[in-house]
Design a protein around this ligand. Structure first.
Ligand code: ADP
Length: 538
């Protein structure tokens, strides 16, 4: 199995269920490739293991080929063969596991949401570990992401004696939970399928769910057994240690506090770069914003939204003293003649994202005289239905368009075309869309929670130095809170176009690259590896 370590750096294996841009559902996919590339640039040998899904973007994998090896792994009392494929995604070597199991675990036309997800991913986790040790790999770090790969941690812990006897080294395990809402909890008996001992693991100090004692919780197991546990922002790390935020795991996390840390995600600044982005109509930069106005126009044409100037008074606040009337000669930022503020929103439509507030933002934007474009889809049937209703209602409206699908190419154009970007989340582990939006000069309007609290600082917050003020925030998760932040944003845009332009430029120049987050991961890995080495010397 091809790659070997050439540099003095660490050998790091990421095991995950997603990787952008090939198999992406949300931020997890972005993190695996963004962090992977940043660590590779720092001189480490980084390899990724993914399931071989039928529905991946195969065009984006370079040199995909089946290896001439078969990896056998245990499941439900039998050994199954796994075909191993290798390819390169954006310069990173990736192994794909194709199980030869009659249930065709990754041949379902989708990534998640199957009745047997627990089986699918516990199979994958076991097979990934088998791949590593049957291939004789000796990584320093195995980095697992989310509950789908948390079984690797339990399996490695459980079989450590067996693996060690077969020459598998004692790699340090890092587990990152990208969202504590998803813990993969299932009846304890299901754990036996991948060869784990239910009796041994279904204990309060191990993998047993904290509220249902006949259930196992893969995320809890991973917290207990990993050497390093991270989540995706410092604020979220604090929130999940509280009874309100911990989704039942706050005590487990508190007792693991020495190894638990929040590291703010970065974004892939190569993939998200308005000055080189081929998905957008006109490339632009903080030094030349003209292209931004042209993208705005292109999106309007594409979605058949009105490009007409604003002729009606724009009511910015209900109190008449604050009502702002737009004049025809008024200039909008970027030097274009006045047209409407474009408010964008790109999101999974799930309760976490504040769907009721997203709905409110559509109507409030219209009242404020703006245009609203939503790109989102929902795995929750009633939310999808509700938004289909709203989409139909506005289907030929001049100022609102709802696109209920996943569309990476279109997302780039919306980031480029929007002036403001709405993220009214109930909770947000990190959130990437606010960082991407800022990189494209779209000013975020966000609820102060989780990673949004660590990356967006209010323009009107005098306690924050001006150079860090980059958006509009609100705390109370209700319509009033959001409306207030939107009104302040609209006022700023209309009343002070020059200041708005400076704000846009400041946002575009902020560094949300993976550099500093990857350095934090590197330090965590190195400290853990050094501790392990010190322990073996004793
Ligand atoms: P989460 O991981 O909770 O979905 P994040 O903000 O961390 O939220 O990451 C969301 C990522 O998925 C961003 O890259 C965003 O652009 C992308 N995304 C979300 N919904 C869509 C969609 N409907 N079409 C295209 N990209 C989307």
């Amino acid at each position: 199995l091809t790659y070997s370590r050439k540099s003095p750096g660490l050998h790091i294996i990421h095991i995950a269920a997603e990787m952008a841009p090939v198999a992406k559902v949300g931020g997890l996919g972005d993190v695996v490739s963004g962090l992977g590339k940043a660590l590779q640039r720092k001189g480490h040998l980084v390899e990724i293991i993914l399931p071989k899904y039928d529905c991946m973007e195969y065009d984006l994998i370079t040199d995909l080929k089946a290896l001439d090896v078969v990896v056998e792994s245990y499941f439900d009392g039998q050994m199954f063969k796994n075909k191993i494929w290798i390819g390169t995604i954006e310069g990173l070597p990736v192994y794909f596991i194709e199980p030869h199991h009659p249930a065709k675990f990754f041949w379902r036309g989708k990534y998640y949401g199957e009745h047997d997800d627990f089986k699918r991913f516990s199979f994958f986790s076991r097979a990934a570990l088998e791949l590593l040790y049957q291939a004789g790999k000796k990584p320093d770090i195995i980095h697992c992401h989310d509950w789908q790969t948390a079984f690797v941690v339990g399996t490695k812990h459980h079989f450590i004696g067996i693996y060690a006897a077969k020459g598998f080294n004692s790699a340090r395990i890092c587990f990152t939970c990208h969202n504590f809402e998803y813990q993969g909890t299932a009846p304890a008996s299901e754990l036996a399928s991948c060869g784990l001992n239910v009796h041994h693991l279904n204990r309060p100090d191990r993998m047993q769910d904290n509220s249902a004692h006949d259930k196992v919780n893969p995320v809890k197991g991973a917290i207990v057994f990993s050497n390093i546990v991270t989540t995706v922002s410092p604020t979220y790390a604090q929130e999940v240690c509280t009874i309100e935020g911990g989704r039942g795991l706050h005590e487990t996390l508190k007792s693991s506090s020495k190894k638990f840390v929040g590291v703010l995600n970065g974004i892939d600044t190569d993939a998200w770069n308005p000055s080189t982005d081929n998905y957008i109509r006109v490339q632009y930069s903080a030094d030349d914003l003209q292209g931004k106005a042209e993208n705005k126009d292109a999106l309007r044409k594409l979605l058949k939204l009105s490009s007409s100037k604003v002729t009606q008074p724009l009511v910015v606040a209900k109190a008449s003293a604050n009502t702002v009337f737009l004049q025809d000669q008024h200039m909008e930022p970027y030097g274009a003649t006045l047209c409407r503020v474009n408010v964008g929103c790109i999101t999974r439509l799930v309760p976490q994202k504040g769907v009721h507030l997203i709905r409110h933002a559509i109507y409030r934007t219209l009242e404020l005289g703006g245009q609203f474009v939503l790109l989102g889809s929902s795995p929750v049937a009633h939310i999808q239905r509700e938004f289909e209703g709203i989409a139909n209602h506005f289907q030929s409206h001049s100022h609102v368009r709802l696109l209920l699908k996943y569309d990476d190419a279109l997302s780039h154009l919306i980031y480029a075309a929007s002036d403001m970007f709405i993220i009214p989340s109930m909770f947000e582990p990190c959130g990437l869309t606010q960082m991407i939006a800022m990189r494209y000069g779209s000013v975020p309007i966000v609820r102060k929670t989780g990673g949004l609290n660590d990356s967006v600082f209010d323009v009107d917050d005098n306690t924050v130095p001006v150079q860090y003020q980059n958006g509009f925030t609100f705390i109370t998760p209700n319509e009033q809170g959001l409306s207030n932040a939107m009104e302040r944003a609209f006022q700023y845009y209309i009343r002070s176009p020059e200041s708005w332009q400076q704000l846009v430029q400041r946002d575009m120049r902020l560094d949300f690259s993976w550099n500093s987050s990857a350095t934090q991961y590197e330090e965590l890995y190195e400290r853990s590896v050094a501790r392990a080495r010190a322990m073996t010397r004793v």
